[in-house]
Design a protein around this ligand. Structure first.
Ligand code: B12
Ligand code: SF4
Length: 420
């Protein structure tokens, strides 16, 4: 069966240096397909779709709200040609009803569920919806992502290969105001068997990884076990937050922690110390800064930017509060009649789509711009990125894992064994 799997294109944050990470959801999904399915993957951010190429079945994988309209347009093109289409992925779950007008909808995690769907497809009896949102599969069923489907040469920034994505757990025990994860993955933390996650990491032909799990700060014991097993791999990696305990940070650093994405939401000593402790362990910090919460007035935002410079964040990514469906933010702002548009193409996280409490939407938009400009005024974004990159090269030099580009290209063409 020829299966075309598509990841619709979407707009990156306007002020952020543009780069394309390899998608993760689609290749993890592909690992859940039976062997008889012959998958072709197209990341529309980097290559055009040939709608007339022969295929039996099309899958559209959507992660972000800002992808859905394009996803629906792609589905409609295929349906005009008589090809059946199925949607899946995070944004499908968040926009399930709307997706139903454009194809079959699969909700939930794919492991162990695809035989049933494909059997229905072959019988010509595909259902409109497969809803497994409330029954998560056994986490041990998660297979090694089909990274072989990615056209690796496309994922580089100025010749430097992008990190490879991997996950060691699902779910999150927290339920933060702007986040949909509680709805998507449930609030139960579900670690993968550590040996499977480690084997997957070890097999990736890239020394640099992005561990995409939600906050790693879910269980101290699990973090320590995971990091201990990662030490011999000598990989270097970025991730979402790591728990703020000396023994955890110490082991994370020894396991190759390169930098973390850490939300910075106020100017407290707690945050100052949190960032300092990462830095003390040689771990960089990219702050993710959400502007426009109900306690943010103009003065607060300006003080926050000064604070970010003071605590010496390595990078900062500024966005505005966006009421994504199935979040507490959406429920509250919708109930209060403060959502200004439901045009999902504007839910980029850098366009104000709701009425802020202490200022006009236009003013918040200006302050977002102010934040990017002020933070990067003395040292531009690409310089800060270069410094963060130098950090990983230093770590690799220290443990002799640094592979210059020429060496990597040679390895890719002739295989590692033959050149060793
Ligand atoms: C990793 C991640 C990122 C990475 C993405 C890297 C990449 N290339 O993938 C980075 C850090 C870049 C990122 C950025 C952002 N992210 Co993000 N991110 C995530 C995160 C933590 C994990 C996604 C993931 O890979 N999951 C693991 C995979 C395996 O799961 P999956 O995709 O669900 O796939 C499974 C099923 O869905 C199914 N499936 C998948 N595809 C298909 C296809 C078919 C046909 C079928 C049948 C099934 C199927 O099979 C898979 C296996 O079971 C999620 C939260 C979460 N836990 O879901 C947020 C999340 C997706 N991000 C979110 C947000 C808000 C953002 C940002 C806006 C944050 C910010 N402040 O900047 C930015 C985007 C900015 C922009 N416009 O450019 C929101 C989504 C918001 C929305 N509705 O649009 C989420 C849900 C978190 C939240 N806060 O609620 N993110
Ligand atoms: S923001 Fe992070 S920690 Fe909070 S609920 Fe979402 S995934 Fe969990």
């Amino acid at each position: 069966m020829r299966f075309t799997l598509i990841y619709p294109k979407w707009h990156k944050l306007g002020r952020q240096t543009e780069f394309h990470l390899p998608p993760h959801g689609p290749v993890v999904f592909a690992a859940a397909l039976p062997d008889y399915v012959d998958v072709t993957f197209i990341d529309e951010n980097l290559e055009a779709i040939d709608f007339d190429a022969a295929t039996d079945f099309v899958g559209i994988s959507m992660m972000l709200t800002v992808q859905v309209q394009r996803g629906w347009a792609i589905a409609d093109e295929y349906r005009k040609r008589g090809v059946r289409v199925m949607f899946g992925g995070i944004a499908t779950m968040l926009h399930a009803e709307e997706c139903m007008a454009h194809g079959t909808v699969f909700l939930g995690e794919a492991e162990g569920r695809m035989e049933e769907v494909l059997a229905d497809f072959r019988k010509g009896a595909l259902k409109p919806v497969y809803n497994h949102l409330d029954q998560q599969p056994d986490i041990a069923l998660v297979g090694t992502a089909r990274r072989d489907l990615l056209k690796r040469d496309l994922y580089n920034y100025r010749g430097v290969q992008m990190v490879d994505l991997v996950h060691a757990s699902r779910g999150c025990r927290f339920h933060c105001y702007p986040c949909a994860v509680a709805y998507l993955g449930g609030r139960r933390f579900r670690p993968r068997p550590i040996d499977k996650a480690i084997a997957e990491m070890a097999a990736i032909d890239n020394n640099r990884l992005f561990i995409v799990d939600n906050s790693l700060a879910q269980s101290t014991e699990w973090e320590l076990d995971l990091f201990r097993e990662m030490i011999p791999l000598k990989k270097k990696w970025c991730s979402h937050p790591i728990e703020d305990k000396p023994e955890v940070l110490d082991l994370a650093a020894r396991a190759g922690a390169w930098y973390v994405y850490q939300a910075v939401f106020d100017t407290s000593d707690y945050i100052r110390e949190r960032i300092r402790r990462y830095h003390d362990h040689g771990i960089g910090v990219e702050g993710t800064i959400l502007l426009g919460l109900d306690n943010h007035d103009e003065d607060f935002i300006k003080r926050l930017i000064d604070f970010l410079l003071e605590i010496d964040l390595d990078l900062a990514e500024f966005t505005v509060l966006t009421p994504f469906p199935h979040t507490r933010a959406f429920d509250e702002l919708h109930r209060q009649g403060r959502i200004l548009t439901y045009d999902w193409s504007r839910y980029t996280a850098d366009q104000v789509v709701y009425q802020p409490k202490h200022m006009s939407a236009e003013r918040l938009q200006e302050l977002l711009d102010y934040a990017w400009t002020s933070f990067y005024a003395d040292e531009p974004q690409n310089m800060k990125m270069a410094r963060l990159f130098a950090r990983v090269v230093q770590k690799e030099m220290a443990d002799h894992t640094f592979r210059p580009r020429s060496r990597r290209l040679r390895d890719q063409h002739f295989g590692r064994g033959e050149t060793a």
